[in-house]
Design a protein around this ligand. Sequence first.
Ligand code: ADP
Length: 415
Amino acid sequence: MNILVLNCGSSSLKFQIIETDLDLLEKNADVQKAKGIIERIGSQALITLQAAGRPTVKQAAPLRDHRAALDYLLRWVISPEAQIPGIQSLADIQAVGHRVVHGAEKFVKSAIIDQSVIEGIEDCIELAPLHNPANLKGIHAARELLGAGIPQVAVFDTSFHTTMPETSYLYAIPYQLYRRHKIRRYGFHGTSHRYVAYRYRQIIGKEREHTNIITLHLGNGCSACAIRGGDSVDTTMGLTPLEGLVMGTRSGDIDPSILEFLAHKEGMSLPEIDALLNKQSGLLGISGLTNDMRDLLDEEREHKDRRATLAIDLFCLRIKKYIGAYLAELGGTDAIVFTGGIGENSSVIRQRICNGLEWLGIAIDESLNNATIGGKEAEITKPGGRIRVYVIPTNEELLIARDTVRSLSNVPRRW
Ligand code: ADP
């Protein structure tokens, strides 16, 4: 089956076309046929398209909404210019898989989209006011342009974490607030944590029940996950993606009293404080320079910028603390897995996170670590290291395509 995978943000649309079915996914023989992104939807959009094995095409066009963006994309997909093997008309796309950010407690696994699923995603808008509406726009646009007959599947960022026990997901605030408003930890990046945990099991050839691992998704957004027997038992992001690790522009954990203090001292409103913590904090806030880890590492190397170093050190220390916490929670771990833009590409950051953890049995081999960049998958454990360390590039789109196939084939959970 050719699956169109869509990831709609508030003003962007990322896509891939992946050929997969139950047989291909079992053999790891899925084929990525095209990918791209349309950014700045709503004005003069920037369009980047690439059919597999062909040069990237960059274009610009006025696209007023997600429907117009998807229409533009689909016209390219079937155009002779794209030359995507096996796709001559829209009928050659057999299903659509959507990344949906928030599924709250309602969606414990991926779901075939029907009216009740659409209403369920709408019910979660309160928890993800920027993301879920964009995801819904993608779903409606696909239905309009590809026809109501084409099956669509929603794959939720939160589903993987629905196995967390109450002790991990509850906040120690009055219990009625959980009852009344469902204020709890949900966790995000679930598709990424789940994918790398699955890849890890495949690499070492163990059943999911026999693996305890800690996964670190370090990108612009960052989260860690404690995975016992294949199930998420704790994760650092919370009710929203703001909690936990230090991120590009998000603060991660802070003392909640800072909000009141800021309101008082700086005369800020709650929305202003929320924006400060989400958009002006993290690496950007500490360094005062950038949220991009590459630039921070350059600043540190070339100009010995003190605050660039401070930002990087805070980033690494927070991760180290959570590794310690999750080791205690899991009662030890078989492996630590790095993924995401920083986790996959920065050997320096991986080294700085693992420095000083040798006594725990966590040590990485310098040359293996340095050689593992640019999307390579590898074990980087130093010989003798008790806890194995891996770099596994994430592939959320592939998991969405596979979940689409499995949902439509009614394969039971435990993927
Ligand atoms: P997102 O969370 O938006 O999906 P990515 O997973 O693509 O983001 O990660 C983006 C981050 O990865 C950026 O902060 C970027 O600086 C960082 N990054 C990419 N390559 C490197 C590298 N070689 N060294 C350090 N950081 C890198």
